[in-house]
Design a protein. Structure first.
Length: 307
């Protein structure tokens, strides 16, 4: 029996991580059909089915789980050897896989990711966005970017953005017919646009002032699961929204939205790049960390000049 090649083994690992052939093909730079053929050819030679496939899902079979458990350490060793060899290059090359949320991706795309690709043209970035917090090691990511409060404690965290805060906003048209809230409890009398979290739970609106804290389960006819949709609804006068200030700053400046309860919405630590502790940091990730630190330092200096 012909031995399995590295391409086939990487194909199995990528499909297992993504649970999706198309996403795995993008990571490996292959066509979905070529990836599917590689996995099927390996299954034929092994005489076992590594994946259970339906029209809607892909999951490892029991044999596939056992096979992946045996080959994963070897693939990690090979990747490590390639990273060490890459050290001799003048500039890093390869693919950097980062998991983040859609909102965070919008904030870091231009100042960090595009700047990184401009400086290191031999690198590629695979930026995967999803609401849920994933195990970046188990799912094959080099790093993640999330709010500091969401970063797992066993990870190395590098700040990559300014402090953030959530704000309550409403359109001038909506506010014409309502008394403006002066305290969090006043929100109970308002039409609020509620947000459903990836876990399925409803987001409680959290406030703090002078050591006093409040969390409000607001009421409203509209529930959404997207910052973007919530802002659109608020602009249309559907009610008040509780969203990250970064997303509505331009609308507030233009007068399309009005901030409310500003003294109840303090800032908190912003986005962090994070990656596993105790592992060799690949050259591409080290270069990205350098860009993150440089941009963060420049932003702090700029903020200091404006004060």
């Amino acid at each position: 029996m012909r031995k399995a090649g590295l391409i086939e083994l990487n194909a199995v690992a990528a499909v297992a991580a993504h649970r999706n052939f198309r996403a795995a093909a993008v990571e490996l730079g292959m066509s979905p059909s070529a990836l599917s053929h590689a996995v099927a050819a390996l299954e034929r030679r092994l005489g076992v089915r590594l994946f259970n496939r339906t029209t809607r899902s892909v999951s490892l079979s029991e044999a596939g789980e056992q096979f992946l458990a045996r080959i994963r350490p070897a693939l990690q060793d090979i990747a490590l050897a390639m990273d060490e060899a890459n050290e001799s290059r003048a500039t890093p090359a390869g693919t950097l896989r980062i998991n983040t949320s859609e909102g965070a991706a919008r904030q870091i795309l231009t100042p960090l990711v595009l700047e990184f690709l401009r400086r290191f043209p031999d690198m590629r970035v695979d930026l995967v966005t999803e609401g849920r917090l994933v195990d970046i090691v188990a799912e094959g990511f080099d790093a993640g970017i999330r709010l500091a409060e969401s970063v797992p404690l066993d990870m190395v965290a590098v700040p990559c953005g300014p402090p953030q805060r959530f704000v309550v906003v409403g359109s001038p048209a909506y506010l014409e017919g309502w008394a403006r809230p002066s305290a969090p409890d006043d929100l109970q009398a308002h039409a609020c646009i509620r947000r459903r979290l990836p876990s399925g739970a409803l987001h409680r609106w959290e406030f703090a002032r002078h050591g006093e804290e409040a969390a409000v389960d607001v009421q409203g006819a509209l529930t959404l699961d997207s910052h973007t949709l919530m802002i659109e609804a608020a602009l249309a006068g559907a009610g008040l929204a509780y969203v990250a200030d970064w997303f509505v700053a331009a609308d507030v400046a233009a007068g399309r939205l009005v901030r409310l309860l500003e003294d109840w919405t303090p800032a908190f630590p912003g986005l962090c790049l994070y990656f596993p502790r105790g592992r060799l940091v690949p050259a591409g990730l080290r270069a990205f960390i350098d860009v993150v630190r440089e941009v963060a330092s420049r932003d702090r200096a700029f903020a200091g000049e404006r004060q």
